[in-house]
Design a protein around this ligand. Structure first.
Ligand code: SF4
Length: 454
């Protein structure tokens, strides 16, 4: 046994050294020495990967356009097949497989990648991001109007898209195609109109961005900026970073708005892709940094809307409200059901947090961040449910796999949320009449409620 472990360990080390060597060779173009970090140390593997992204932008663009081509194929082929009255049965079956992979693999994969590694999907692979940036390079370059920068647009767009999806059943085709194609066209249009070579869509408008910017704060990697190294950089200074998200890289302090494109990596020898403890960005927040807007986004949109939409507005509303006696048509019923469900769920969560913190709004807002992992888990579980329904059309039954996966993910989400809540509460100053136990009980009750709803 010991020799087996030693052998595996040697294999592992040798394979990791091999990967290191490949990255080092690509990173340096085979010749250039690797730059040191701001402290004069050799960059580690993550840092070298970040530098690789920065130096190989052409290769990244090649990958991005390959993803765009694949995306268009997956988007259009099933829709065209669905619209053909006498389509080949094998082609129909293929489109059903595409649907199932979209909900069962692609969407959960993106959600988890964002929660674990930040918004690499957005910066490197998202077809809408590639399209909007390309359009922006060749577009009108108008100044971005102030009203476009309103922070509520992504939340509103997420809510509207979820409502539409809920009311017309967009887990089927071609409605899903219409929704995804429509957002791609909007991304193209915004890119064509505003700024030059930037991603206005991703920064201010993308509906998924509303959820991803919250989820990415759980990630265990980030682009870290060493402010003193930045300020002490020797002249001549390099050209400013062409950040597609229009961020002030020098002041970058978290993952929420960074799309992890890597273009700033190594800049002034002060920016590096680095590891950090998972969810530390959330655990180090203070009540003064907690924003009511984020609390609203977490409780009503990420959890309320996202959860209700992907679970078909089940739970509270589906159990009798709106009832059959209402005169609204089916589409409006679906939309209303989703909004009511989201309001009840989000309002209930906020009420619990307010009760636990004895009405302290700043503390309640702070504790709402602890629920982000459960929001991500709920989004993923809803997608798995959709995939299972679609898989049923193919004669596939998940058996005990889905319940086991569900239990595992919910348990992981609850534990993660409790850990964040515990850290946040532990860092709060003790105040008379506001017990930490009460705050923790509120987080635990919120987590338990969500687990029950899952
Ligand atoms: S700060 Fe800007 S340039 Fe740097 S990785 Fe994030 S999005 Fe890219």
């Amino acid at each position: 046994m010991a020799s087996t472990i030693a052998c595996c360990s040697a294999d592992y080390n040798s394979s990791m050294n091999g990967i290191d060597e490949v990255i080092r060779t690509m990173d340096t173009g085979g010749a250039r020495p690797i730059a040191t970090d701001g402290y004069g140390q050799s960059p580690d593997r993550l840092q070298r990967f970040g530098n690789l992204l920065q130096r190989r932008q052409e290769a990244v663009r090649g990958i991005q356009w390959t993803v765009v081509a694949l995306y268009l194929l997956l988007l259009l082929l099933p829709a065209l097949t669905a619209l053909t009255p006498e389509a080949d049965p094998s082609l129909m079956r293929l489109t059903t497989w595409v649907e199932m992979l979209f909900w069962g693999v692609w969407w959960p994969g993106v959600v988890f990648s964002v929660m674990l590694f930040g918004q690499f999907w957005c910066g490197l692979l998202c077809p809408d991001g590639t399209l909007t940036e390309c359009a922006s390079r060749h577009g009108r370059a108008w100044k971005i109007p102030l009203r476009l920068r309103w922070a509520g647009w992504p939340l509103l767009a997420f809510t509207l898209l979820s409502a539409v999806q809920n009311s017309i059943g967009a887990d089927g085709l071609p409605p899903l195609t219409l929704l995804l194609g429509g957002t791609s066209l909007a991304a193209l249009l915004s890119g064509y109109c505003y700024a030059r070579g930037k991603r206005i869509w991703c920064r201010y408008l993308c509906p998924a961005g509303a959820a991803f910017s919250l989820l990415s704060r759980c990630a265990a990697v980030h682009f870290k900026v060493d402010r003193s190294a930045w300020d002490a950089a020797r002249r001549p200074l390099p050209r400013p970073v062409d950040c597609p998200q229009l961020l002030d890289v020098r002041r970058l302090a978290g993952n929420a708005e960074c799309s992890m494109c890597g273009r700033c990596s190594g800049h002034r020898n002060a920016v590096a892709l680095a590891h950090r403890a998972a969810s530390s960005e959330l655990e180090n927040l203070t009540p003064t940094e907690a924003r009511p807007r984020d609390a609203f986004a977490i409780c009503f949109v990420l959890i309320g809307v996202g959860f209700s939409a992907l679970h078909g507005a089940g739970g509270l509303v589906q159990r009798g409200w709106p009832n059959e006696g209402m005169t609204l048509n089916a589409a409006l019923d679906g939309t209303l059901a989703l909004l009511l469900n989201a309001a009840l769920l989000g309002g209930g969560l906020l009420a619990l947090l307010l009760i636990g913190t004895k009405g302290d709004r700043a503390r309640a807002a702070l504790l709402s961040y602890s629920l982000i992992p459960l929001g991500g888990v709920a989004l993923t579980l809803g997608a798995f449910d959709h995939a299972a329904v679609i898989g049923g059309r193919l004669g596939l039954t998940p058996g005990s796999l889905l319940p086991a996966l569900r239990t595992l993910l919910i348990a992981a989400g609850v534990l993660w949320s409790l850990k964040i809540g515990h850290r946040l509460i532990g860092a709060l100053p003790a105040e008379r009449g506001r017990s930490r136990a009460g705050s923790f009980a509120a987080v635990a009750a919120a987590a338990a409620w969500m687990a029950w709803c899952s």
